[in-house]
Structure formats: structure tokens, C-alpha cells
Design a protein around this ligand. Structure first.
Ligand SMILES: NC(=O)C1=CN([C@@H]2O[C@H](COP(=O)(O)OP(=O)(O)OC[C@H]3O[C@@H](n4cnc5c(N)ncnc54)[C@H](O)[C@@H]3O)[C@@H](O)[C@H]2O)C=CC1
Ligand SMILES: O=C(O)[C@@H]1CCC=N1
Length: 270
């Protein structure tokens, strides 16, 4: 499969790495990236063709992944417009709506909007995807195969659902790291040595996530299994409940979804 990436930053590198690990040849991948250092790293690590600006070679791609920040999406779309004629175009940008992208590409309609996350870097990502009903099964399969190289895929029927996806799993790793930081800080305040505090905190997250995935059980049930009557966990959870931690997390996630909608409004203008 010949795939081109517009933008060769964090997320593009993660997807490129996943594709190469799954057998795609570096020479079948093209990355358009203005930053020379990022280009050199991608070429060295994965053997991709990395170029500074879009050109004729883009028109040979079967898929073009738009992996630039939402703020530069319009400019990036304009720069590739002359070469977009046979590829399915896949956006990974937060907030940017397909209607706007289509307009910037001169009415091009073979578009898929996706929202991956940074665990893609270690092939443990999860990506939400949406395509207009008119997009062919083949184009959907192509987008699915691409994102599947770096983790699980979940399709949605409404484009507005992607604002929720960005808030839940797109930004989600940051919430988990925040919780890791907090657990580690508490361990240190309790007098544990820094490196030991980190080991305990990180493996607690790894273990809990693995248990939840492998047992496929409701997290509430798994939590109940840890919580002995009159014990230590019960005391900790009661402090969290008294501080409305659950409600605060829900409020934060809703704020992220709102920001995704705002990005669409801000950067979707003409
Ligand atoms: N970082 C994250 O956790 C996630 C990010 N995203 C989305 O992925 C997109 C990229 O994010 P990152 O990879 O984190 O950003 P990044 O800043 O690492 O990468 C963006 C790259 O685009 C390049 N660039 C800038 N203008 C360009 C242009 N006109 N043409 C080609 N390349 C250009 C930059 O030099 C940079 O290397 C964003 O739209 C973001 O919303 C999606 C899911 C998760
Ligand atoms: O914070 C952001 O806007 C991007 C989108 C999802 C994760 N990072």
C-alpha cells in the first residue's frame, strides 16, 4: 500500500512505525514535513521518503494521512490539492470537520476523519473513525487497515461523535498520566524512594488495565474486588467520593469535547 503523510510529527511517526512493523516497506511511504530534523529521523528510522513540500509523487499515493495541527490544516490541504485525485484522504486532526476539509480540497469527497492516540507509538492505540455514508467500503477498509497497524479501531455513525472520541481516548492518555503522576507523588510523600515510587505507580496502571482487558469485566466489579469492608481501599475511595473526583473527571472530559467543537468552529471558517 502506498501511503503519504502530510506532517511528520509525533502521530505520523507512530503510524509510520506501526505500518513498517507490520510489513509495509519504507519506500512505499512518503512523508511531507517542513522540519529537516524530523525528516532525517523518519528517513533513518523507517527508510521512508521524506520531502520538504508536496509534489507530483503525492498523486501516486492510495491514502494520504493529514497529520498536521488543526491550526495549519487549511494551509496543508491547499498545498496538496493539485495532487489529490486517486487517494482516500484520512485526517487525524482534532476538531476539523470533513465538510471544511472537503471544501479546502476543492470539493473532494473521499475523506475519513479519525482520532488516534499516542499509545499508537507502542502499538496500543485506539482510533475512532467516521466517514460519510457515501464513502466506499474499500476506502473505509483502507483507513481501518492503516489505523489498525497501531492499535484497535472503532467506527462511529455520526461525525459529532468524534468530538467525544477526542475527549475520551484522544486526550485520555494525558488523564491517565496525570493519575500516574498523582499516585507517584503520593508514594513519595509517604516516604518511598523516587524510583520505587515510580515502579509501583506505573505497574499498578499496567496491571489494572491488563486485568480489565483480559477479564473483560466491569471496572466497577474489579474495583469492588479490591475494596475490603472496613479496609484501606474503602477509606481512599471515600475520600475521592467526598471530593467528587468522578464528577470532576466527567466535567473535564466534557470540557475537552467542547474544545474539540470550538476547534471545528475556529479553524473551519473560510
Ligand atoms: N498528540 C496527540 O496526542 C494526538 C494528536 N492528534 C492530532 O494529530 C495531529 C498532529 O499532532 P502531533 O503529531 O502531535 O503534532 P506534531 O507537532 O508532532 O506534528 C505536526 C507536524 O506537522 C508539520 N507541519 C507543519 N506545517 C505543515 C505543513 N503545512 N505541511 C506539512 N507538515 C507540516 C510540523 O513540522 C510537525 O512536524 C493534530 O492535528 C492533532 O490534533 C490526534 C490524536 C492524538
Ligand atoms: O490536545 C489535543 O488537542 C490533541 C488532540 C488529542 C490529543 N492531543
Amino acid at each position: 500500500m502506498k501511503v503519504a503523510f502530510i506532517g511528520g510529527g509525533n502521530m505520523a511517526a507512530a503510524i509510520v512505525g506501526g505500518l513498517v512493523a507490520k510489513g509495509t516497506r519504507g519506500e512505499d511511504l512518503l512523508v511531507v514535513e517542513p522540519n529537516a530534523k524530523a525528516r532525517a529521523t523518519l528517513a533513518k528510522d523507517y527508510g521512508v521518503n521524506a520531502v520538504e513540500a508536496p509534489g507530483e509523487e503525492l498523486s501516486h499515493a492510495e491514502a494520504i494521512v493529514l497529520a498536521v495541527k488543526p491550526q495549519v490544516m487549511r494551509e496543508a490541504a491547499a498545498s496538496i490539492k493539485p495532487y489529490v485525485n486517486r487517494a482516500v484522504v484520512i485526517s487525524i486532526a482534532a476538531g476539523i470537520r470533513l465538510g471544511d476539509l472537503s471544501r479546502w480540497l476543492g470539493g473532494y469527497a473521499r475523506l475519513v476523519r479519525t482520532m488516534p492516540n499516542t499509545p499508537a507509538l507502542v502499538h496500543a492505540g485506539v482510533t475512532g473513525l467516521y466517514a460519510d455514508p457515501a464513502v466506499s467500503e474499500g476506502d473505509r477498509r483502507l483507513a481501518d487497515t492503516l489505523m489498525n497497524a497501531v492499535g484497535a479501531t472503532v467506527w462511529f455513525d455520526k461525525e459529532t461523535d468524534l468530538d467525544a472520541v477526542v475527549a475520551v481516548s484522544g486526550s485520555g492518555p494525558a488523564y491517565v498520566f496525570f493519575a500516574m503522576e498523582s499516585l507517584e507523588a503520593a508514594a513519595r510523600e509517604l516516604g518511598l524512594a523516587p524510583e520505587k515510587a515510580r515502579t509501583l505507580a506505573l505497574w499498578t496502571f499496567v496491571g489494572a488495565a491488563k486485568l480489565a482487558i483480559e477479564r473483560n469485566e466491569d471496572p466497577a466489579k474489579l474495583r469492588a474486588n479490591v475494596t475490603s469492608k472496613g479496609g484501606t481501599t474503602e477509606r481512599a475511595i471515600s475520600v475521592m467520593e467526598a471530593s467528587y473526583v468522578r464528577e470532576k473527571i466527567m466535567e473535564a472530559v466534557k470540557a475537552a469535547a467542547q474544545r474539540s467543537r470550538e476547534l471545528g468552529d475556529e479553524f473551519g471558517k473560510d
